[in-house]
Design a protein around this ligand. Structure first.
Ligand SMILES: N[C@@H](CCC(=O)N[C@@H](CS)C(=O)NCC(=O)O)C(=O)O
Length: 103
């Protein structure tokens, strides 16, 4: 099975939250982390995948779909790796719901 890929910057807290989530789920080995060089402009191949978005992390599914925004990626990871459950069960407290509530 082709793995999910997360394009990331290791020192970035938005990227680290994904590593922490996967670690809590014991799923680190189900995702390939590809480091993007923070000292260089984003490569053209990555900008093509993200349609110009430069912010990382970005997740690429096995069939090439792109998911941006760490909170959205966390919800996706929670959905595809339900065990062990880490997210709140009450939808009010799920990341995007909480984000919407405070916008
Ligand atoms: N809201 C975004 C923020 C991501 C973000 O700001 N990432 C930083 C690295 S820590 C970045 O890539 N900044 C460069 C840019 O936005 O072009 C998320 O949660 O994923």
């Amino acid at each position: 099975m082709t793995k999910l890929t997360i394009y990331h910057i290791p020192v970035c807290p938005f990227c680290q939250r994904l590593e922490i989530l996967l670690s809590l789920k014991g799923r680190q080995n189900d995702v390939r982390f590809q480091v993007i060089d923070i000292t260089q402009p984003r490569p053209a191949w990555l900008l093509e995948k993200t349609r110009g978005t430069t912010a990382l992390p970005v997740l690429e599914t096995a069939d090439g779909h792109i998911i941006k925004e760490s909170l959205v990626i966390m919800e996706y990871l929670e959905a595809i790796f339900p065990e062990r459950s880490v997210a709140q069960r009450d939808p009010y407290w799920t990341p995007t719901s909480t984000q919407k509530a405070f916008v």
